[in-house]
Design a protein around this ligand. Structure first.
Ligand SMILES: NC(=O)c1ccc[n+]([C@@H]2O[C@H](COP(=O)([O-])OP(=O)(O)OC[C@H]3O[C@@H](n4cnc5c(N)ncnc54)[C@H](OP(=O)(O)O)[C@@H]3O)[C@@H](O)[C@H]2O)c1
Length: 335
């Protein structure tokens, strides 16, 4: 039985990756912290492992013990642990970049025979596409992240690109949505209460991918012969931000009041929320980093290589995915 380690297994994406790994018959190791929730990790086949990404010597010790006890290392790793919001930029660099570097160095130093390492980067690492031409963001674009989050993801990509023998695949997903997701959930909540918000008057061109399609893709990539490649990831379509809201309205059978807020107002709101949440050591979903990304109007991406190399056939486009997500939020009484 091949052993797969999924770091960040307690999170939105990680918990679905764990389920897919179980379905595909892997020996599944969920990388979590002692403080992590196990709400979606209840299957008795899941084995848990705690990795101290902050400390390379501790990581080496844990990996050596694992390799000895199991007569070999993990066969596959999907590195999902990371932060999408943080109290300060340093936190992004530490967790998304330094911790990943520590982890990969520890894998190399322990001569772990990992056959594939999937790194969850982000579209944010490249930054937005051209707002005038609306050309799809593609590999020939010079990366210009607009957020600390994006910069930290780019640094990690640049580090991995220096490793000539390490079997990585970098995925740069756009927004991933689906059941259990807590950030876009705020949009569902707003529509449910009768409001639809837009930032600035220029329509945003966006891309999305539904969680089920994303986890299928990750495992198809894991099981493929491809390595040392990077891909932008979405369902292959481009959408207007209004389409997302329209599908939510339809799914929830709601009418809404449309409100367009000037960017300056949203910036001010984000600043106030940050200060207020900061008092409790938390980061709000709407923060300055996010606003810098929301201000950009082209987040559409090139995916021909992705579709071709992994024979990727998404099963969910926005309407179906939003409906499934809304149904789940309702079933779980989130809405
Ligand atoms: N969601 C998206 O739309 C999207 C798009 C592109 C890329 N990504 C990337 O995908 C990955 C997972 O995202 P997600 O949406 O699933 O986020 P999430 O729900 O917030 O999950 C993040 C996971 O990382 C773990 N983690 C955070 N800080 C850690 C630390 N210091 N040490 C060890 N583990 C830590 C969390 O553990 P705890 O539960 O203990 O906090 C959690 O399991 C991230 O790397 C993110 O950048 C996400």
């Amino acid at each position: 039985m091949k052993k797969v380690l999924i770091t960040g297994a307690s999170g939105f994406i990680g918990s679905f990756l764990v389920e897919e790994a179980l379905k595909r018959g892997y020996a599944v190791y969920a990388g979590i912290r002692s403080s992590s929730s196990r709400q979606y990790l209840q299957d008795s086949r899941i084995k848990f492992i705690s990795l101290d990404f902050k400390n390379k010597s501790n990581l080496i010790k844990t990996l050596e013990e694992f390799n000895k006890e199991h007569n070999g290392s993990f066969d596959y790793i999907i590195h999902c642990a990371g932060v999408t919001k943080a109290n300060n930029i340093q936190e992004f660099y530490d967790i998304n970049y330094e911790y990943t570097k520590n982890f990969v160095e520890a894998l190399i130093e322990t001569k772990s025979n990992v056959q594939k390492f999937i790194q969850l980067s982000s579209l944010a690492s490249y930054g937005p596409g051209n707002a005038e031409t609306l050309e799809l963001i593609n590999h020939s674009q010079i990366p210009r992240p607009v957020s600390g989050y994006g910069k930290s993801k780019l640094m990690t990509e640049e580090y991995l690109n220096t490793l000539k023998d390490f079997p990585y695949i970098i995925f740069r997903p756009t927004t991933i949505y689906g059941p259990r997701e807590k950030e876009l959930f705020t949009v569902f909540k707003m529509v449910n209460s009768g409001f639809e918000f837009y930032i600035g008057s220029t329509p945003q061109h966006l891309s999305f991918i539904y969680i089920d399609d994303f986890v299928t893709l990750c495992f198809d990539a894991l099981e493929s012969n491809i390595k040392q490649r990077s891909y932008f990831v979405c369902d292959g379509k481009t959408y207007l931000s209004s389409e997302f809201n329209n599908h939510i309205k339809k799914a929830l059978n709601k009418k809404t009041l449309k409100l367009t807020l000037p960017v300056s107002v949203v910036r001010g709101l984000a600043f106030t929320l940050e200060k207020t949440f900061g008092l409790f050591g938390k980061t709000p979903a709407l923060n300055s980093e996010r606003v810098r990304e929301f201000e950009c109007t082209n987040w559409t991406i090139y995916t021909e290589d992705l579709f071709q190399d992994f024979n990727f056939k998404p099963q969910y486009f926005l309407e179906r995915g939003v409906k499934e997500t809304a149904d789940w939020y309702k079933k779980e009484k989130w809405l």
